[in-house]
Design a protein around this ligand. Structure first.
Ligand SMILES: Cc1cc2nc3c(=O)[nH]c(=O)nc-3n(C[C@H](O)[C@H](O)[C@H](O)COP(=O)(O)O)c2cc1C
Length: 195
């Protein structure tokens, strides 16, 4: 039995969109003994992040969506940010989830940074434009966030599409999905650290 647990954090503002379709195509290739958990951020709305870092300790949440997302994050060996490309970056749902990581980093007794170190962050995104370079800000956000936490980074699986289902016509993306999670991702490095 594999000890790996993949958490798919779905950041689209609609269900069953291109990002989720592509993420599910990649997930189909995971071995059967790898646990998968899928959470739509829109179904578990997080409050706006309040920055208390320099005033007081962030208190561990109880009985709300922040606790649900925190527990799911801590349980996962692999976190897959499946966010559509919105204004060249991650969606607002996704960004709010990442902002909460800053609170978790300051939660006393949690050791969030130490616990995340060595785990793997992956990305899946769909975008309407054909030129994939326009997704570089999203890729940079995820790469640098992984580097900040000492995580591994598996890269971003990109697919093209506008209306739901379009990504099924992107043969390159579907081919890449087949092996995406099979890689052994390296520790993330900031661009200024890369040789
Ligand atoms: C708020 C918003 C912003 C978007 N911004 C971009 C963008 O910057 N570049 C792009 O190529 N497509 C953009 N799109 C198109 C979506 O990325 C595209 O429709 C994608 O398939 C949506 O993913 P989903 O089907 O998983 O929801 C945007 C769509 C929305 C709703």
């Amino acid at each position: 039995m594999s000890s790996r647990v993949f958490l798919f954090v779905l950041g689209s503002s609609r269900s069953s969109g291109n990002t989720e379709i592509l993420a599910r195509k990649a997930a189909e290739q995971l071995p059967g003994d790898v646990r998968q958990r899928w959470l739509h951020l829109a179904d578990h709305p997080l409050p706006d992040f309040e920055d208390l870092r320099h005033d007081s300790d962030h208190v561990r949440p109880t009985g709300d969506n922040v606790e649900l997302l925190l527990d799911a994050t801590l349980e996962a060996t692999d976190i897959v940010i499946a966010s559509p490309l919105y204004w060249y970056s991650v969606s607002a749902h996704t960004k709010r989830y990442l902002d909460h990581w800053s609170g978790w980093l300051r939660m006393s007794g949690l050791d969030f940074r130490a616990r995340m170190a060595g785990r793997t962050l992956w990305g899946v995104t769909a975008l309407a434009e054909e030129e994939q370079e326009v997704a570089d800000p999203l890729i940079g956000t995820l790469n640098n966030s992984a580097a900040y936490l000492g995580m591994r980074f598996g890269g971003v699986l990109l697919g093209n599409g506008s209306k739901p289902g379009d990504v099924l016509n992107d043969e390159k993306a579907l081919a890449r999905a087949k092996t995406f999670f099979a890689q052994e991702p390296p520790l993330a490095r900031y661009p200024h650290e890369a040789a």
